[in-house]
Design a protein around this ligand. Structure first.
Ligand code: NAI
Length: 383
């Protein structure tokens, strides 16, 4: 069996973290399945490499291929500042309708963390990626557009807004919320997880955030009635997936105080942005955090860090995020044995305290190794 994986190396540290990560992913597949399963890697151009070859940062050919693809993996892409470029990442997300941003957050023993029991954190955040205040509909304070909208709100809707205000719009739909929650529930069921928590600020924004909550419960009740229960029903139906909800501000306390009670989290765009970074910090930072952006057809895995221009080309970068993206990809296609091997090897390598510089400075007694060598050590720990 062969799965096609399209890949974009990315800019800055992208090529070196890719060169370190890909052999680990291939070695895990070979170790788990000998020759019976293989990944076939096909490169696509984007970023600086694409610009050098074609004059464009995001060639149409790359987008066309991704529109037909099912699996892709990318390194970080630089956003050229002040040259009138939109972020390539945002363009990719919008053009390919990558509506679900998924970030697993787990702790690796030995990594420095600001909390007492980081090992209790094992969550997967599903963040809606296309709606909410990120839709980019806003007008500056004092602009004619803001004045017009404020006048409309006053005259037609009887809503009083300070005339000097900047104005933003927060659109959230049943369709957008439901497809995200549907995806999170499907994932939780596939992976044998215990709960999905809908995180919202519906006590204040009743129709947008409150809508997310009620649309989420509606998906569970209408499409997964047999497999799910609400929190109040759970005692009567042990073993079923529990659907619960928390108000966003309370959730930030909950993940610090009672992380063991939370598993899969489904949330709107802005809440998800804050919560996934806060959770990553809780287990020791973004350096080891993988992620994926998904449409209905494409799972586009990406390192969550940037291009780190300060250390690019110096063999100092941590390839961990991309390696764990590879494990996520393998889980996604059902090659769980290979994915588990990568996680175990990562745990062992960090426990042996031979790690890249970013981790070595946080782990007492650790020895710093280069990007390539860290990948090699992880490959050696595959078993
Ligand atoms: P950054 O993540 O590149 O760097 C922040 C800090 O973390 C720096 O000190 C860097 O050296 C360090 N760092 C990042 N990744 C590391 C790794 N794998 N190993 C060791 N150290 C690492 O974020 P920054 O500086 O805000 O952005 C730089 C560029 O990356 C910008 O052009 C930005 O637009 C782009 N970017 C791209 C992303 C993507 O493609 N998904 C995500 C974030 C930023």
């Amino acid at each position: 069996m062969q799965e096609h994986v399209y890949f974009i190396e990315g800019d800055g540290i992208g090529p070196e973290v890719f060169a370190a990560a890909r052999p680990v992913i291939d070695a895990a597949v070979a170790k788990a399945y000998a020759d019976s399963r293989k990944l076939k890697w096909i490169e696509l151009l984007a970023g600086e490499k694409a610009h050098a070859a074609t004059g464009e940062y995001l060639p149409q050919a790359t987008l066309n291929t991704l529109q037909q693809a099912e699996l892709a993996l990318k390194g970080p892409l630089a956003t050229p500042v002040g040259k009138g470029f939109r972020s390539l990442n945002v363009t990719l997300r919008q053009t390919l309708d990558l509506y679900a941003c998924i970030r697993p957050i787990r702790y690796f023993q030995g990594v420095a963390s600001p909390v007492k029991r980081p090992e209790l954190v094992n969550m997967v955040v599903f963040r809606e990626n296309t709606e909410d205040v990120y839709a980019g509909i806003e007008w500056a304070a004092g602009s004619p557009e803001a004045a017009r909208l404020i006048a409309f709100l006053r005259d037609e809707m009887h809503a009083v807004v300070d005339p000097s205000a900047a104005i933003g719009i927060k659109p959230m739909t049943a369709k957008g919320s439901k497809r995200l929650v549907r995806r999170s529930i499907t994932f939780a069921l596939d992976q044998g997880r215990s709960s999905v928590t809908l995180v919202h600020k519906g006590n204040i924004m009743k129709f947008t955030e409150g809508g997310f909550r009620s649309w989420g419960y509606a998906v569970a009740a209408q499409e997964f009635a047999e497999q799910t229960v609400t929190e109040t029903e759970q005692d009567a139906a042990p073993g079923k997936l529990v659907i619960k909800d928390r108000i966003a501000d309370a959730m930030f306390q909950e993940v610090l105080l009672r992380p063991e009670q939370y598993d899969v989290i489904a949330t709107s765009n802005l809440n998800g942005d804050y919560l996934s970074d806060a959770l990553a910090a809780q287990v020791g930072g973004l350096g080891l955090a993988p992620g994926v952006n998904m449409s209905d057809t494409l799972a586009f895995f990406e390192a969550t860090h940037g291009t780190a221009p300060g250390i690019a080309g110096k063999d100092l970068a941590n390839p961990g995020s991309l390696i764990l993206c590879g494990a996520m990809l393998l889980d996604h296609i059902g090659w769980h044995e290979a994915a588990d091997m990568i996680h175990t090897a990562m745990h062992k390598t960090i426990a042996a305290r031979s790690v890249t510089q970013d981790l070595a400075t946080q782990i007492p007694g650790a020895c710093a190794v280069g990007c390539r060598q860290f990948g090699e050590l992880i490959a050696q720990h595959l078993a």
